[in-house]
Design a protein around this ligand. Structure first.
Ligand code: FES
Length: 147
């Protein structure tokens, strides 16, 4: 192998190692561990809009329906009085995913029976920490959820 070929091969290997290392570092920062009760990450900005007439959000087209956004760990519900509410979908007791119970107008955890008000406050334990609440704004069929 000539010196020029050797240097080219070593240079390519070194560049590959650097790029691979950078990609690993970048991906780690995007999958940060949740740091807040309820499973959401305080550092992750929440601001998205969904069309409630389009799958998988159509459950929000009718009063009493709800949808769990597993990407952001947010449960979005439409109350029986047609208000849209959104809170963290992760129970603050032991991280079970919550359901919305329209007739009780609360969020229910099937794990150990905790309930939370529409604002995320604990209304029945064993959970002791409130859920993070998100803002909602409806415009036509578009529902914005934001911190
Ligand atoms: S995990 Fe929700 S009450 Fe225990």
């Amino acid at each position: 192998m000539e010196r020029k070929d050797f240097i080219e091969q070593v240079g390519l290997s070194a560049a590959s190692i650097l790029i691979f290392g950078c990609m690993q570092a970048c991906s780690k920062s995007e999958t940060a561990t949740p740091t807040q009760p309820g499973g959401n990450n305080n550092n992750k900005p929440i601001d998205f809009t969904i069309n409630i007439t389009v799958s998988p959000y159509t459950s929000l087209s009718t009063a009493g329906g709800f949808y769990v956004d597993r990407t952001n760990n947010i449960i979005i519900a439409r109350t029986l009085t047609n208000e849209f509410i959104a809170v963290s979908s992760v129970c603050t007791h032991q991280q079970v995913t919550l359901d919305f119970v329209p007739n009780d107008n609360n969020f229910f955890c099937s794990g150990h029976g905790s309930t939370f008000s529409p604002t995320g406050a604990v209304t029945k334990g064993p959970a002791a920490v409130a859920l993070k609440k998100y803002n909602t704004a409806i415009s036509g069929n578009n529902l914005r959820v934001f911190a």
